[in-house]
Write a protein that binds this ligand. Sequence first.
Ligand code: PMP
Length: 338
Amino acid sequence: MDIRKLVKPNVRALKAYQAEEVPCKVKLDANESPYGFTVLKNVKTNKYPDPEARDLRRLIAKDLRVSPENILHGNGSDELIYNLITTFGGPVLYPTPTFTMYGIIAQALGEQHIGIALDADFDLNIRGMLTAMKKTKAKLIFLSSPNNPTGNSFSAERMTEIIKKSRGLVVVDEAYQPFSSRKSFVPLLKKNRNLIVLRTLSKIGLAGLRTGFMVSHEDIIQEVNKVRLPFNLNSLSQKVAIDALKRSSRLRSNIRSIVSERTRLFRELNKMEEILPYPSDANFILFQVNNGDAVFRALLKKGVLIRNMKGIADGFLRVTVGTPRENNFFLKNLRQVL
Ligand code: PMP
């Protein structure tokens, strides 16, 4: 597959902005102020951040067992979704319901976007997806797995079939992968040049940093890098992300406790006659209840904010897994409301 053929002509003609880091004694090339603050060790507020986020990308690359050239950093993974659609354009295809930003960004950029309803098990409607891929000549296909808001992972066989048969690029959005028992698609990158995997630090305790990554073949990285704004990831985020990632045992134990709380939350929800919870591979649980709107509002009155997912259908609500205390507070109030 020649990636360049998929790139929008206006982007193909671009050259990536080069903000070169030249070693020197006095740096007077970038209109920075000489006066700054040291808010964190080694972070100077008056200097621009490393445009290539080298140290951070190196760390992520090691973690994912790929090379840093296969990684591009985003101000959140949603920025990378924006950059991907800017680079390749539509048609953009995705199952529904899913993360709404795929459609919103495609629409904002004036690109055609098509949603294909998931099947009754919230898995990919493989026939529908394959037909739409062919008919529309989709350039970008977004598969959030585990899927937001349904919480399940899609069948790996169906995803692989889409990757194999697509003549465009397939983006597997692994925002919730750290909570999943399924295998990541990162190892499949070697054999599938049209595959892109999205990752984020947002769900593992670092949402405030706005830090996400895409992992793919270098040819794709190079094209998307042309539309990335030069200093998209600020110095503080880079520094804090590096420090946090180095404390991997703490990150892992936080993930473990969320997964174990998810199991407990599911069990407790399942015990309630009025509630139909859906099994989740993510850090949230989707459930169904009669009078969803009323339940949502009554919980809010008691100080519990969950997400009303009436976009799927009336009665669908989504709760994020919190600390054991937060989850108990939610469960106690939900029982009262019911
Ligand atoms: N992908 C999915 C599936 C998501 O649910 C989210 C956040 N809700 C994102 C991407 C974006 O995450 P961020 O921009 O914080 O990295």
